[in-house]
Write a protein of this length. Sequence first.
Length: 255
Amino acid sequence: MNITVSENTRRAIAIWLLVVCALVFAMVVLGGVTRLTRSGLSIVEWQPLMGAIPPLTEAQWLVLFEKYKLTPEYQKVNVGMDLAGFQGIFWLEYFHRLLGRLIGLAFALPFVYFLVRKQIERTLAPRLWLLFALGAAQGLLGWLMVASGLVDVPRVSPYRLTAHLGLAILIYAAMLWVALGLLTPKPQAAESPTGNVIGGTSGTRVRGPRATTAWMQEVEQRREQLPRDGLLAVLARHVGLKADLHDEQAMFRQL
């Protein structure tokens, strides 16, 4: 079923996507800071829901610290680190993952809202579903990257790291492209002399072969009745043909 939405709705969807784009950009920056400070391996578990709650008591902090002590990074790089030092790197990775959850909510909730209200055009829906799938894949890929640094060597796989960054850039670029496309005004359709709609992009598309035939028949019937300059004006307006005075005879022979 075709869904026609107003320009205001298209603009609202575009603004929503641009906001999510800004969050994705901030995510990439924060991810870079996390990488440079070697904070990315401080959280050794993947808990998409419960992981949003940080440790609130000293006992909870000690449990997480003991788990970190079992990792190659602590044993080969940060051996002797105290709890305060662990908390410093923990918070960077925590906010990095928290921002990822925020991006997921910032995309999913408005998406559901527009879907329920049937304000997403049929041509736009597959693009938004694809962006949603890419975002989910990005979360999974992020954990697979971290997991690669929790065994044997105290660093993540460079291939998974590159894929993680590349997918983030792809999501950002694709979402920005969709948003800017929504902000571009849709071309207005023109009408032929018979009242049939002609596509505004090329000026030569009509609704179906019947409309084309009827319109061309009417042009043929009026060809002898109209003055030559008048016929040229009709053709220039409704078909988009452009001709100078030297091409007039050629145009009439084509009709």
